[in-house]
Write a protein that binds this ligand. Structure first.
Ligand code: IVH
Length: 703
């Protein structure tokens, strides 16, 4: 507790005194710090401890008194007063900021066996048998990193890509459970970076959606999106309206005035969390448990699986951490996660509903994706009405019929998935699925290549494909034209202003400014974003062209070898395949793309419009590509994959940094198992060190 009993008694009595005479006229500037501290105390009782001492009405009275007095004596008011949480200003653009230390993610576990493996590794790394673990809830919200300097909150950032995030300081100041000031100096700490999760309580989430439904606004998808959306809104007043909470789960960094590391003096994770709780932060104090050994950890995880639904916040699992900092140091990190911590994910949630219809969508390279339309059903906090069915084989393997009752699940609590149909519930009115033979957009006959799971429309002029390619071209993964999303593409396409990617770079901004809903300011914004994108490295440009199988990584590898994008027009298969990790499939597709005169012409037009086509510093070879989820890992697929063909899976793994190998041995890092996996799986289990992953987990990871 941040306050002693005596202090609390005093705060209570003083509050009552002010409440007896709530009139600012009778007060002087000397009352300001007193009232401010009272408001801070009651805010803490309410938002951090969930245990208010005053009624809402009384707290409101005190708060209003403070506001009135601050208005009367503005020069004496403090910038960190509880009334100053919502500043008046809007954020123009979120500034990109570097984290003091990278924000890694956690490795996942799903059952007791995974936890035993984790324990074995920890024991090996620390050469200790008696390990203390802390077990605490894994909050499902938005990750934040908060820096305090000299006891003051000075900066908050989102996780971003883990190395860089977006600055959201003014948004975070509206989170009432996040202190604007905290007494780090009591432990000699001058600067600290804390990690935590901004969340929305289940109750608050329901209330927001009830309000939105009444107002006819679109409903928020789930509490996690509501929390992350609340952080990333440019208007801090909107963040305040969402009433987020911030749970602090890690002290990432602490140093004194001379830059000395202060973490060793705190010694353990549980001591750090207790300390943070004692200086006013919302932490999992009561929820966390220090466990002696892995069996106690497993017991605690099982217990939480039974009570998670009653917990006031959405949690998707538990986090297990080696408690002592010295031992954490001995465990170290991989490039993605600490070896001293692991997430234990709860079972995905399931529900049953009716398959009403199947719609078909054409993607940027013409692949046809069937999408199930189901009777809306609530699943783990989200209403589900559409579910991807991946491809024809998936539908066949599940023997789905229109009208079937189906079991659905949210794998990893995110992607909805059809587990199976219930043939025993069929009434005879169900209809067999008639898979289309022609493109729903341009009616071209669909083809399916060997080793590919999807049927494809091969008409390069297909309007649906053109639109999808344009949408992809401007997206974050491709040219990253900020603010230029699907909506603008569709609008400018309808107006006939955009037909090819080159048109994006020669828009008439004066005409855009005249459009309804636009104006000079938004036209200027688009122009700036487009101008910025023109300078992108060619690796981005290559990826943005939607050449089948040419992913982010392969684009980088090609960019390293050329000085100008049009060099590729003269490349042979051997030129491509002589590059390590580029195979004949990428080669053939890229050659085909560059042999189309229209594409060459489009690149020339782009260049004429100012788009960079020559190699830049960032295209040049780097020692290691470390930004894929599987960077540096070897991978092997076994059994029958249901969501994609084997080759496609291998390409995807490669694009995420993995190297495909063909045999199970100690050199293998990851084995992805499809249906009816046999001897390879057995061998991998025997070896023990290989990470075994289901196809769904693989798909989840590559996003
Ligand atoms: S510890 C070095 N503890 O889960 C990583 N993370 O997949 C330290 N999360 O990005 C993370 N509750 O946003 C930790 N009690 C908890 C957590 C937690 C939620 C989130 C966090 C992180 C993600 C990891």
């Amino acid at each position: 507790m941040r306050y002693t009993t005596k202090q609390q008694q005093e705060f209570y009595e003083t509050s009552k005194k002010y409440l007896d005479h709530p009139n600012a006229d009778s007060l002087s500037p000397a009352d300001l710090p007193v009232l401010e501290n009272l408001a801070r105390f009651h805010e803490y009782r309410y938002y951090v401890l969930d245990d208010p001492m005053l009624s809402d009405f009384e707290y409101d009275q005190l708060y209003k008194l403070l506001e009135a007095l601050e208005k009367k004596y503005p020069d004496a008011a403090s910038p960190n007063s509880p009334t100053q949480r919502v500043g008046g200003t809007l954020t123009e653009d979120f500034a990109s900021v570097q984290h003091l230390i990278p924000m890694l993610s956690l490795d996942n576990s799903y059952n007791a066996d995974d936890l035993y493996k984790f324990d074995t590794q920890v024991k090996k790394l620390t050469e200790r048998e008696d390990i203390l673990y802390t077990v605490e809830p894994k909050f499902d919200g938005g990750s934040i990193a908060i820096i305090y300097e000299n006891n003051q909150l000075i900066r908050t950032a989102t996780r971003g890509n883990g190395v860089e995030g977006e600055e959201i300081t003014i948004q975070s100041r509206t989170i009432k459970s996040l202190p604007l000031e905290a007494d780090f100096r009591s432990k000699g700490i001058y600067r600290a970076e804390l990690r935590g999760e901004a969340v929305i309580s289940k109750e608050r989430f329901k209330a927001i959606n009830a309000f939105r439904a009444e107002e006819g606004l679109t409903l928020l998808a789930n509490s996690r999106n509501s929390a992350t959306g609340g952080l990333r809104t440019k208007d801090p007043a909107e963040t305040a309206r969402r009433q987020l909470d911030a749970f602090i789960f890690q002290m990432g960094f602490a140093e004194d005035e001379n830059g000395n590391d202060m973490l060793p003096s705190i010694r353990s994770h549980h001591a750090a969390i207790d300390f943070l709780g004692s200086i006013g932060f919302k932490v999992s104090q009561g929820e966390k448990k220090v466990c002696h050994g892995i069996d106690e950890v497993i017991e605690q995880c099982n217990h939480w699986a039974t009570i998670r639904d009653d917990y006031p916040y959405e949690i998707d699992g538990m986090v297990i951490k080696v408690d002592e900092f010295d031992l954490q140091d001995m465990c170290g990190f991989t490039s993605h996660h600490p070896r001293w911590a692991i997430a234990y994910k709860f079972q995905a949630k399931q529900a049953t509903t009716k398959l009403l219809d199947i719609e078909y969508q054409i993607g940027k390279i013409g692949s046809l994706t069937p999408v199930a339309k189901v009777a809306p059903v609530a699943l783990a906090g989200v209403t589900i009405s559409s579910i991807s069915l991946h491809n024809e084989d998936f539908i066949k393997s599940k023997d789905l019929r229109i009208g079937d009752q189906v079991l659905i699940e949210r794998a990893g609590d995110v992607i909805p998935y059809i587990v199976k149909a219930f043939p025993e519930l069929r009434t005879g009115d169900e209809k067999e699925v008639e898979y289309p033979t022609h493109c729903p957009s341009c009616h071209t006959l669909l083809v399916r290549e060997e080793d590919e799971a999807a049927w494809r429309c091969t008409n390069p002029e297909c309007e649906a494909q053109i639109l999808q390619r344009l949408i992809f071209h401007v997206s974050k993964d491709a040219m990253d034209i900020d603010g230029f999303g699907e909506k603008y593409i569709l609008r400018f396409y309808d107006l006939g202003w955009i037909r090819t990617m080159a048109d994006i770079y020669r828009l008439d901004y004066e005409k855009i400014a005249q459009l309804e809903g636009f104006g000079e300011k938004s036209a200027e914004k688009i122009k700036n974003a487009v101008e910025k994108a023109k300078k992108n490295p060619i690796a981005r440009l290559l990826h943005s062209l939607s050449i089948h199988h040419l992913g982010q990584r392969a684009s980088k590898l090609l960019a390293e070898k050329i000085t100008h994008v049009l060099d590729l027009a003269n490349w042979s298969v051997e030129d491509y395949t002589s590059i390590k990790d580029i195979g004949p499939v990428v080669a053939e597709n890229t050659i085909r793309w560059f042999s189309n005169e229209n594409n060459i012409e489009m690149l020339r037009e782009m260049e004429a419009a100012g788009v960079n086509l020559t190699q830049t510093e960032s295209d040049k070879p780097k020692e290691l590509i470390t930004d894929g989820v599987f960077s540096g890992k070897t991978i092997l697929f076994t059994g029958t994959l249901t969501q994609m063909g084997r080759k496609e899976a291998q390409q995807k793994a490669e694009a995420a940094g993995a190297k495909n190998i063909s045999a199970v041995s100690k050199n293998l890092d990851i084995l992805v198992v499809g249906e009816k996996a046999g001897s390879k799986l057995e061998k991998a289990v025997k070896i023990g060190s290989i990470q075994i992953m289901t196809e769904a987990e693989f798909v989840d990871l590559i996003g």
